[in-house]
Ligand binder design. Structure first.
Ligand code: FAD
Length: 414
């Protein structure tokens, strides 16, 4: 039950006679894609937001990510247009066997017209930069203060207080834990003290200049169609390639059994892998694929373990709520990690309109969880299924193409 007007808030603030439109003090832990989107959406409501980010943002990392129609629809409403920073439309999906035999190719241009919003292949760093400048825009409504090099060590969900590792304390009306897969804030949700575990798979990730592929007669046929995502499947490993940054860059994600790169991979995004090992892991793939892989710049290849986590039963405790990877770290096989974090972020702003009283916050956060948890859990489970060891034919027999779009269809026309 949301408390009636005029009751005392849980942090002792008397709301009797307070203006209908008093801004909430929102503390967000983590300025990743989810945390920054939440900041934009909540400041648009007129709230006063502070974000605490452990890194200095001196060296942003990340390669390309999918912004499917569900994510793009939300971003557009917030004024973020991925095409303005070079995101490619996803125009075609093609699958090959690892031997090089083409299994099927689907033109998505017509399908794209049916969706209310485009499906984009975006550069993560560009997306992050654009979210950061929208979140901290001094001319926009509400207010946002971004504290970098500020690691949150402790949260008190009852008083909505965060404590940094240097002892500094900040009190608000609510705390949003947007601190990613290795979340610290998750520890403060009873029954949710789950740890991410290895999924048994790791991924190489790197970028290649598209021009290099275009100039090579053995690989130029792979870059004929702008906005084409290609997957080469073997039973227990795959190579995924798609363009971004106005078709100038090819993004590679190469998923394989974790044991084969155990000596190089870690749980972080910035572990460097090496080209020889990459070529060894994919040595059974067609020569044209190996030719593409060889174009990776030595030193630019990253390799990391893909983490999974049990579905947590609750995302909220009193005036603390989790969003994005801290609540539901997805395996990457549906390309929905960023998209669902973005959806979570705006759902929070929907349940916390300007005028929400501090005493109402914990009930409103329960409403947020009720709105979000089934959909996020479904996509978390589907992302696991999509990563199963199957060759491309078996995969197509099992799911068909339509399931590839899972997570977009339901929300396209929302
Ligand atoms: P994240 O984007 O992981 O953001 C969490 C943020 O919280 C980070 O900025 C982190 O530094 C901060 N943080 C963590 N702990 C604390 C703490 N105690 N105190 C303060 N701050 C804290 N996905 C892809 O599909 N492709 C990619 O190339 C890719 N690259 C990535 C690179 C990086 C560096 C990161 C952090 C994530 C990357 N992801 C990538 C994951 C993808 O961005 C997320 O799955 C998705 O966007 C969900 O976002 P999130 O906001 O929940 O979590």
């Amino acid at each position: 039950m949301i408390s009636p007007e005029g009751t005392n808030s849980a942090n002792g603030i008397n709301t009797n006679g307070a203006s209908q439109n008093t801004a909430l003090k929102v503390l967000i832990v983590g300025a990743g894609i989810g945390g920054l989107t939440a900041a934009i959406a909540l400041r648009k409501e007129g709230h006063a937001v502070q974000i605490f980010e452990q890194s200095a943002f001196a060296r942003e990392t990340g390669a390309a990510i999918h912004l499917a129609p569900n994510a793009n629809g939300v971003l557009r409403r917030l004024g973020i247009f991925a095409e303005s920073f070079g995101a490619n439309p996803m125009n075609r999906l093609t699958e090959y066997a690892s031997t090089g035999a083409k299994q099927r190719s689907m033109d998505l241009r017509e399908l794209n017209k049916q969706w209310q919003h485009p499906w984009h292949l975006a550069h993560r760093i560009e997306l992050h930069k654009n979210l950061k400048s929208a979140a901290t825009d001094p001319t926009a409504a509400g207010s946002v203060q971004l504290h970098t090099s500020s690691t949150v060590a402790n949260v008190d969900p009852a008083s909505a207080t965060v404590t940094l590792d240097n002892g500094a304390q900040f009190e608000g009306d609510l705390v949003i834990g947007a601190d990613g897969v290795h979340s610290v804030t998750r520890k403060f949700i009873p029954g949710s003290d789950f740890k991410p575990f290895s999924s048994g798979k790791s991924a190489f990730r790197f970028l290649v200049s598209r021009k290099l592929a275009e100039e090579d007669p053995e690989t130029q046929h792979f870059v004929q169609d702008d906005g084409e995502l290609i997957i080469w499947y073997a039973n227990d490993r795959r190579v995924v390639m798609y363009p971004t940054s106005n078709n100038t860059i090819l993004n590679f994600v190469c998923i394989h059994p974790e044991a084969e790169t155990a000596e190089q991979s870690g749980q972080d995004w910035d572990q460097t892998g090496d080209l020889d090992l990459l070529l060894k892991v994919y040595s059974t793939f067609d020569a044209s694929v190996l030719k593409l892989l060889r174009k990776a710049q030595p030193g630019s290849i990253k390799v990391w373990k893909l983490l999974d986590m049990d579905v947590i039963p609750s995302w909220t405790n009193n005036r603390l709520a989790l969003l994005g990877d801290s609540a539901h770290p997805f395996l990457p096989h549906q390309g929905q990690g960023a998209g669902v974090a973005i959806e979570d972020a705006v759902a929070l702003a929907v349940v916390l309109p300007l005028g929400t009283k501090p005493a109402e916050v914990s009930e409103r956060l329960k409403l947020y969880q009720a709105i979000r948890i089934d959909r996020a859990t479904k996509i978390q489970e589907h992302s696991r299924l999509a990563g199963q060891d199957l060759d491309s034919q078996a995969k197509a027999d099992m799911y068909g193409f339509t399931n590839y779009n899972f997570g977009h269809d339901e929300y396209d026309n929302a």
